[in-house]
Design a protein around this ligand. Structure first.
Ligand SMILES: NC(=O)c1ccc[n+]([C@@H]2O[C@H](COP(=O)([O-])OP(=O)(O)OC[C@H]3O[C@@H](n4cnc5c(N)ncnc54)[C@H](O)[C@@H]3O)[C@@H](O)[C@H]2O)c1
Length: 108
């Protein structure tokens, strides 16, 4: 069982970590400003979360690159209606020509 002093020290160290984490989060937000993130598998699951979280940063955009056209376009529409800068591009990541085409379209 930790002593009261040990508990206080532990709480202080956790509080310091939390403050550093907040500062780091602000620094990270500034670091991504003006950037565009291309997310393969971006129409659902983890990819959808990456797209949405990133595009919410000021001045940021995200490309939803996914095989599933219906889901990709649905997500594109809903995020645009929420004021976010997103674009859906269909891709099959197992196909070289499709990935090359994605890269060209993403540059435009
Ligand atoms: N390591 C872990 O602990 C862990 C845990 C969960 C999921 N995963 C893996 O992470 C990945 C994503 O998981 P999820 O839950 O977000 O899955 P998900 O099925 O929700 O999303 C995957 C997305 O990829 C798209 N996709 C599938 N094949 C594609 C292709 N050929 N080209 C382009 N897009 C394609 C799908 O249309 C879908 O939108 C999966 O491979 C999953 O197995 C790993």
């Amino acid at each position: 069982m930790p002593t009261s002093k040990e508990m206080t020290d532990l709480m202080d160290s956790q509080r310091a970590l939390a403050v550093d984490f907040q500062n780091a989060a602000v620094a990270r937000t500034e670091a991504v400003e003006g950037k565009t993130l291309l997310v393969t598998g971006g129409a659902s699951g983890f990819g959808e979360t990456f797209v949405t979280t990133f595009a919410k940063n000021p001045g940021c955009a995200a490309i939803i690159a996914d095989f599933d056209k219906a889901k990709g376009e649905e997500l594109e529409t809903s995020l645009r209606e929420a004021g976010l800068q997103v674009k859906f591009i269909q891709v099959d990541v197992t196909n070289w020509e499709s990935v090359t085409s994605l890269m060209w379209q993403a540059l435009i």
